[in-house]
Ligand binder design. Structure first.
Ligand SMILES: *Cc1c(COP(=O)(O)O)cnc(C)c1O
Length: 352
């Protein structure tokens, strides 16, 4: 069977996770009381758990991370408002919803990432001095640079800057638990530097569906209103929330195994003649620059698939490998072997 490293979204719910749905107490989550809480006890339990883990007052469950980011960002901005995002940010390059002229109608203003792929506070300051900005967005871990963790110190510099200019901070923490595991800190301490934080249950945590946005009670009230507008208020949402609770209880600790497989593979891919590691490898991803082989990322991925390794092109000329709970050390070794073979056999043989 092929080793599938296309994304950690491919991780499959296991039997015990699926069984958690059968015993879940369900209700109509779209039917809210005066405090904005719905009637699905399991969804409420997950929202409380998420808020507790991130040290926030409240959590709001979403069907996707894109919708969570969108609702959070829209809750802070008016149409035409300017939002600071980094030049390779998922919200900006992949989701685009808040910047779509027919939807969010916000204007992206990009800040630089430094040589370590971390947000450059000096560049942020330069922009803040020049224009009126409604919101600062950071991404932790940072997907397109290979899962870079923004450490506490950099986050607090950004927080200080945001406070100086009285601007809120939203963290796209789709993989915040990967960042916490890799940095050896709590997700709570990372989240403390942002007003609102989105994280995904459906990536490395292995749940089938779902993301949460956490923040103050006031912020979450506004975010729930945006969620309703976006069609994200669900009914028996406990069907999603139960595996989400299971994921937070059972799959956070084990994220380190994915990081160990990533480090194992990265160590064995150093020193290849034509295939170069690009970006960061500190969490569960490796980005490869395959341009030295003289073939396009698409052709590289096709060739890899023919040899039993499924991977995907990302950004300019790169391909990405993502490790998650269904990928064993044996699978990791197999992926490494295929990349080695391709490095030896393909150089100069393909027409560019
Ligand atoms: C996956 C991802 C999202 C959004 O997730 P969906 O659930 O696929 O909409 C947001 N940000 C980052 C960095 C992601 O990797």
């Amino acid at each position: 069977m092929a080793v599938d490293l296309r994304s950690d979204t491919i991780s499959m719910p296991d039997q015990a996770m699926l069984e958690s749905i059968l015993g879940a107490k369900l209700g109509d989550d779209g039917r809210a009381d005066s405090r904005g809480r719905g009637e699905d006890e399991t969804a409420n339990q997950l929202e409380d758990m998420a808020a507790r883990l991130l040290g926030k007052e409240e959590g709001v469950l979403f069907p996707s991370g894109t919708m969570g980011n969108t609702a959070a960002i829209l809750s802070f901005c008016q149409p035409g408002g300017r939002v600071l995002v980094d030049e390779m940010q998922h919200i900006y390059l992949s989701e685009k919803t808040v910047f779509d002229p027919s939807l969010g109608q916000l204007i992206p203003v990009t800040y630089r990432l430094d040589e370590d792929f971390l947000p450059d506070p000096e560049d942020m300051r330069r922009i803040l001095k020049q224009e009126k900005i409604s919101l600062i967005c950071v991404e932790n871990t940072h997907n397109f640079s290979g899962g870079t963790c923004i450490p506490q110190k950099r986050l607090s510099q950004i927080r200080a800057l945001a406070d100086e200019y009285r601007i809120p901070v939203h963290m796209d923490g789709a993989r915040i638990f990967n960042a916490a595991a890799a940095l050896g800190v709590s997700a709570k301490s990372l989240a403390s530097q942002a007003d609102t934080v989105m994280f995904c249950l459906s990536k490395g945590l292995g749940a089938p569906i779902g993301s949460l946005v956490c923040g103050t009670h006031e912020a979450c009230g506004k975010i729930r209103k945006k969620r309703k507008l976006l069609g994200g208020a669900m009914r028996q949402a406990g069907v999603i929330a139960a595996p989400g609770i299971y994921a937070l209880e059972h799959n956070r600790e084990r994220l380190m195994e994915d990081h160990e497989n990533t480090a194992f593979a990265a160590g064995r891919l150093l020193g290849l003649k034509h295939t170069k590691i690009w970006g960061n490898t500190s969490t569960n991803m490796i980005v490869l620059d395959v341009s030295g082989l003289g073939l396009s990322p698409e052709d590289y991925c096709k060739e890899a698939a023919a040899r039993g390794l499924l991977i995907k092109p990302i950004l300019q000329g790169k391909v990405r490998l993502v490790f998650y709970k269904d990928i064993s050390r044996e699978d990791t070794q197999k992926a490494v072997d295929i990349i080695h073979q391709m490095d030896e056999e393909l150089a100069g043989k393909m027409t560019p």
